[in-house]
Design a protein around this ligand. Structure first.
Ligand code: HEC
Ligand code: HEC
Ligand code: HEC
Ligand code: HEC
Ligand code: HEC
Ligand code: HEC
Ligand code: HEC
Length: 328
């Protein structure tokens, strides 16, 4: 038999290839992710110093120039900045205009700091986030009980990098990684912890040694899934409890009414539950959690298989009976 002839000739193939290359290089030239294309000039000016490892300072009197080190804490990654929830802001929307002076004058050290609720409180547009409830929950949490001075919403919500993940509904492992990195920023880094409280930072790994396959658990569940009390009206739990009240019991997750359905998978279960009238479907698409998965389709399939087996037995028995009668 003849081989099927080519659908495209070689010349056409080459043209298509050329077109693809052109399209790719065009899309690279106009890259929306390139921060310099997005940021306004004033913000870019701040980042000329605050994004790099070094910056140049000019003495206004003598005109002398010096290349100095920009401290890690004061550095902002422009790529993370433009993707952040407030990445559309100019620096001076939140910071004092006095920052436009270099070196910064002493007055900036006393600048007023906005709280989330200053902007988001009572705003229709952000009602779905329920900021008021979040604040109530934070205030009674271990971090917000005003025992630690200087702990505010900004301590977790880095003003220059914080973005929505769980509500955006990406992959669970990405959501978990982002969320846990926020907690580990302090609980895994003494320099961030020690500016808030004079205390030995405990080792996270040894404190969670009782958990089998710890690295898998830390990749598949958030710290808050064990450490925070869920509240029905908010998507992300903010009531972090004392460690003694954390979830330790395996069955709380590894069971049909897994607590994860009200926390980590909450954003997905709400719509699924109403559509299919069953509960644990979402876990099955992301993970198989021992004990937690009772899937509608699995259940249906097992009933069908059971039915077929019974039917098979019945047919077999009938045939044997008929055969037996005929022999007699
Ligand atoms: C010439 C380089 C340069 C430019 C431009 C610059 N900064 Fe700074 N900034 C610094 C240096 C150096 C520090 C640390 C020393 C200090 O606090 O003055 C700093 C500190 C800061 C701090 C931290 C102050 C503190 O005490 O915590 C903030 C906030 C800040 N800058 C905001 C801005 C903003 C907003 C802009 C743009 C309007 C800006 N900076 C432009 C060099 C610069
Ligand atoms: C949404 C408001 C907001 C915007 C926009 C913003 N900042 Fe900030 N920035 C803050 C707050 C609040 C803090 C204090 C954070 C804290 O207390 O943990 C801060 C802290 C800083 C610090 C000190 C960091 C530290 O750890 O001490 C620097 C430097 C800084 N900002 C520079 C900038 C620059 C440059 C821009 C623009 C590219 C910018 N900020 C945009 C709110 C903002
Ligand atoms: C200076 C006012 C201001 C402050 C302070 C502020 N926000 Fe915002 N925030 C805004 C505005 C305005 C937007 C809308 C930005 C946009 O759509 O580009 C926004 C957007 C957001 C979004 C994204 C909403 C969406 O639909 O994508 C979240 C989440 C958010 N803010 C949380 C916070 C949190 C948490 C804090 C405190 C840690 C805070 N904001 C502090 C003004 C503020
Ligand atoms: C202990 C750390 C921590 C503190 C403190 C904190 N948050 Fe959060 N917050 C988070 C994390 C983690 C997320 C989840 C980010 C994600 O996955 O989208 C979040 C999410 C949010 C969201 C978005 C939830 C949604 O519905 O999508 C809002 C709004 C919010 N926080 C407001 C606040 C306010 C207001 C405060 C202070 C009263 C505060 N947070 C204090 C860690 C914290
Ligand atoms: C800005 C730093 C910082 C961040 C970010 C942070 N914590 Fe903490 N956390 C602390 C400090 C400081 C304490 C000590 C408070 C105390 O013992 O009163 C603490 C205490 C705790 C405790 C209580 C420990 C005990 O001995 O009872 C738990 C649990 C906890 N944090 C969990 C979390 C989780 C979960 C997150 C992320 C959602 C988080 N933390 C984010 C600084 C932080
Ligand atoms: C599977 C549930 C679970 C997960 C996930 C989990 N923890 Fe814990 N955590 C606990 C329990 C239970 C304890 C109490 C252990 C003890 O007292 O020996 C604890 C203890 C702690 C303590 C107190 C340590 C001390 O000084 O005594 C901190 C802080 C903490 N966890 C933070 C975190 C952070 C940050 C994460 C995320 C990276 C996390 N935990 C993930 C259950 C969990
Ligand atoms: C906060 C919820 C939670 C708690 C508490 C919890 N687990 Fe898990 N566990 C999970 C999740 C999520 C997975 C990941 C499933 C997957 O995607 O593979 C998992 C996976 C596992 C696995 C499979 C590991 C593998 O190699 O595949 C074992 C075994 C396990 N857990 C045992 C336990 C035991 C024993 C405890 C109590 C000491 C416990 N878990 C507590 C949520 C939890």
């Amino acid at each position: 038999m003849n081989k099927p002839s080519r659908i495209y000739c070689k010349a056409c193939n080459r043209k298509i290839l050329l077109l693809v290359i052109l399209l790719i290089s065009f899309s690279n030239a106009y890259n929306k992710d390139n921060p310099e294309d997005v940021l306004d000039p004033e913000t870019q000016k701040c980042l000329d110093c605050h994004a790099g490892m070094r910056y140049t300072l000019t003495d206004p009197v003598t005109g002398d120039m010096a290349s100095l080190k920009m401290y890690d804490e004061l550095r902002i990654d422009p790529h993370l900045y433009v993707r952040a929830a407030h990445g559309g802001f100019a620096c001076t929307d939140c910071h004092s205009l006095d920052y436009e002076i270099h070196p910064h004058p002493i007055s900036v050290k006393f600048e007023f700091q906005y709280s989330c609720l200053d902007c988001h409180g009572g705003d229709e547009h952000f009602a779905r986030f329920n900021f008021e409830k979040v604040e109530e929950e934070f205030n009674v949490s271990i971090h917000g009980n005003h025992y630690i001075e200087n702990f505010s919403c900004w301590s977790c919500h880095n003003p220059h990098t914080y973005r929505l993940t769980v509500r955006e509904g990406g992959r669970i492992v990405d959501i978990v990684a982002y969320n846990n990195s926020i907690c580990l920023e302090c609980h895994g880094d003494i320099s961030h912890y020690a500016v808030l409280i004079e205390r030995q930072l405990t080792n996270m790994l040894s404190k969670h040694e009782w958990l089998p396959n710890q690295s898998l658990h830390f990749r598949k569940v958030r710290c808050i899934d064990c450490h925070a009390a869920v509240h029905y009206d908010i998507l992300v739990a903010h009531h972090v409890l004392p460690a003694s009240e954390a979830v330790r019991n395996c069955v709380e997750c590894h069971s049909t009414n897994s607590i994860l359905m009200a926390s980590l998978y909450k954003h997905k279960t709400v719509e699924r539950r109403s559509r299919f009238g069953f509960f644990n479907s979402e876990i099955t698409t992301d993970a198989y959690i021992i004990g937690a998965n009772r899937n509608y389709y699995f259940n249906l399939a097992s009933i069908v298989i059971l039915g077929l087996v019974l039917l098979g037995i019945a047919i077999h028995a009938t045939l044997r009976y008929i055969h037996y009668r005929q022999r007699k």
